[in-house]
Every structure is written in C-alpha cells, then in structure tokens.
Design a protein around this ligand. Structure first.
Ligand SMILES: Nc1ncnc2c1ncn2[C@@H]1O[C@H](COP(=O)(O)OP(=O)(O)OP(=O)(O)O)[C@@H](O)[C@H]1O
Ligand SMILES: [Mg+2]
Length: 346
C-alpha cells in the first residue's frame, strides 16, 4: 500500500529546490543540479514571446534592437518584476529533464531560498509566484542558512559558525547555531556592484565606455582585492567606445589598476562582516574564533577577497567548495529534510 501511495505521490508531485539569485538561478531536482543559468530573459515585445532565457539571453545583453527587451527580474536579491520572474522560472522548469514528459503536469513541492533581509510582503509575493507556477507546497529558507548547509556546516549543533555569502546582488553575513540564524547582516553590495565599479572607473579615468559583459569579464579575468597575489594575472586588452571621440577603442589594463576601483565596495563588505561579528554573543564568538569564517557565492571568488577579510577580522577565512552552488545544494538538502528542519518557513 505504502508503495502505491508513494508511486502515486511521485506521479503527481515533484520536488524541486530553487536558488533564485540576482545573477544566477539554480534548480535541484532528484538530487541533481538540473538548471544553472543566468537570471535573464529576452522577450520579443512585438509578439510578446520569450525568445531566450539564461546564457543565451545573457549573450544578447547590450546588443538588442528595439523589439527585443532583456530583463533581469531580480534586483538586490529579491524579485523586482513578478510577471517576468514567473515567465523566466517557468522556462527554467521546462528545462528540467523528466519533469515534463509526463502524462500529467505534476504539482510541485518547492523549497525556495530567499535573502535574510526580505520583508513579510516580499515573502508572501515569492510564495504567490510559486503557487502560480503549480506549486502545492512552498517552503522558504534563508540564504545564509542554505549556504551553510550546502557548505557542509552542521547547522543544528550548539556551535556557532559564520558564513558570508557574496552573491551578485547581496552580501549576506550570518552566524548560525542550533538550527537558527543568531545574528545577520545583509547589504546590497556584492559582485554586480564590483562590475559597476569597473565600468565607472574606466569611464571616469579613460573616457572608455564598456558594456556590462566586458566589465564582468575584466572582473573575473583580472579583478583583485589585494596587490600581493601569488600568480598575478596578465594585462588584458579591452574594447569599448571612446566617449570623447565616439570611436571604438582598445586599451590594455593591469590588475593593479582595478584594485582601487573596487576598494570602496570591499570596505562596505568588510564593515558588514565586522558588524555581524560585533553583534555576536560571546560564546558564539569564541566558537568562531576557532572555526573561522566561511565564504560562499560567486562574489567571493574575487582574487584575494578572502585574504582581505582575514586581515580585517584577524580570523581564518575559508572559501567553501563550489561557492556558486553552495546555496542550491543547501536548499536541496533542506528539501530532503523538510520534516526535520524546523527552521524552514512555510
Ligand atoms: N571567478 C569570479 N570572480 C569574481 N566574481 C565572480 C566570479 N564568478 C562569478 N562571479 C560573480 O559572482 C556573482 C554571481 O554570484 P552568485 O551566483 O552567487 O549570485 P546570486 O546568487 O545570483 O546573487 P544573490 O545571492 O545576491 O541574489 C556575479 O556578480 C558574478 O560576476
Ligand atoms: Mg545567491
């Protein structure tokens, strides 16, 4: 009998875990990451049709004509445009192998990761969107918690651990113990601000106007938070438009130049980490003194950022394994432990 019920359940209900990030959306289904794509959608506004999502839509950025619009429905970690976000997630869910080629459209149980600074109204709206996407049951998990679980930290013990998740839109710091977030701080400075910092620097210093994709590439290829790195990246050549002449222009740029451009934003992140530490109760602070700080999220991959935070705090800082995927992995683990993890929000 149990088997039959289980079979029927599986037929009609599918479970997915979603990390709906400002920069990237990841989905876990059947213990596997089945979607890992930029949170971007391209729509032909003449015929109101989705023409691309994810990587394909990202490539179109900055190259569209008036009929094609590129949307990033998330801003600062939260959904800024619900209709567009639903369209995008619907397309992502369609990409999950095995979920659609079924006789019936299954209803979904979803665990969705949300930023820790999110308001009640925003939580409600995320759930409403999930229900529009055929979700029967929706659970929410806060990003620092998901990042910690996905990084292999045991969150339910009477031991404090600190996680700093630097994503695209938000940096979330959290101290976790006994299955809860004891103190947290969320700021809207993260990887995408680093990208903007680089654009701003090139425009103001060299009159060079570069696209967002170029600035992101500069950041990933040579971006650094400190001067003394083991293997310094080589200069790269970049192209854009010269704002004084209007002509396309190319120039070479070194990693050292980028450091001061990012400094102000990095200082803000350091401040957020320090603030979280200074609001940590002493017993947990004593634990963190021993365990150090774990860093996750794509923004944490900036060269030397871990060393800067280590210097500022006087603590050891560890980059978790697979920082871009820690949150979705943790959300996936939460999905498998819905009954056990009482901190999940319904
Ligand atoms: N190797 C790298 N070096 C520096 N930055 C990187 C690297 N790889 C990715 N990034 C940056 O990481 C950010 C995306 O990280 P992530 O996918 O964790 O964000 P997100 O979860 O979508 O955002 P959020 O959690 O804030 O909503 C982008 O700003 C991207 O440019
Ligand atoms: Mg994230």
């Amino acid at each position: 009998m149990g088997l039959v019920v289980n079979f029927m359940n599986n037929l009609f209900t599918q479970e997915i875990a979603i990390d709906l990030g400002t920069a990237n959306t990841l989905i876990m289904y059947d213990n596997k990451i089945v979607v890992d794509l930029p949170s971007i959608i391209a729509i032909d506004i003449r015929i109101q049709k989705v023409i691309a999502v994810g990587e394909k839509a990202k490539k179109m950025q900055g190259k569209t004509h008036e009929n094609i619009k590129i949307y990033k429905p998330l801003k600062d970690g939260v959904i800024a445009d619900y209709k567009i976000a639903e369209l995008m997630i619907r397309e992502f869910i369609k990409k999950i192998p095995g979920i659609n080629n079924r006789l019936f459209t299954p209803s979904l149980t979803m665990v969705i990761c949300i930023p820790s600074g999110i308001t009640e109204v925003e939580k409600r709206a995320v759930k409403d969107s999930a229900h529009n996407l055929n979700a029967k049951e929706v659970y929410l998990i806060e990003e620092p918690m998901a990042a910690a679980i996905g990084s292999g930290i045991s969150v339910t013990k009477a031991e404090g651990n600190m996680i700093v998740d630097i994503g695209g839109g938000t940096t979330e710091c959290g101290v976790i113990a006994l299955g809860g977030i004891v103190c947290k701080k969320s700021i809207k400075i993260a990887g995408d601000v680093f990208t903007n910092d680089i654009s701003y620097y090139l425009r103001s210093k060299y009159n060079l106007y570069v696209g967002e994709r170029t600035s992101e590439k500069i950041k990933i290829d040579i971006g650094s938070a400190i001067e003394t790195i083991n293997i310094p990246p080589e200069n790269i050549r970049i192209q854009g438009r010269d704002l004084s002449t209007g002509k396309p222009k190319e120039m070479s740029i070194s990693y050292k130049e980028i450091i001061p451009a990012l400094d102000k934003s990095i200082l803000r992140i350091e401040d957020a980490v320090m603030e979280t530490l200074s609001s940590t109760p002493p017993e947990l602070a004593a634990d963190i003194y021993k365990t150090g700080i774990y860093m996750a999220g794509g923004g944490s991959l900036l060269r030397g950022l871990d060393q800067r935070i280590a210097k500022k705090t006087g603590l050891s800082v560890f980059l978790v394994e697979d920082p871009l995927r820690a949150v979705v992995k943790g959300t996936g683990i939460a999905l498998k432990n819905i009954d056990k993890f009482t901190f999940l929000m319904k």
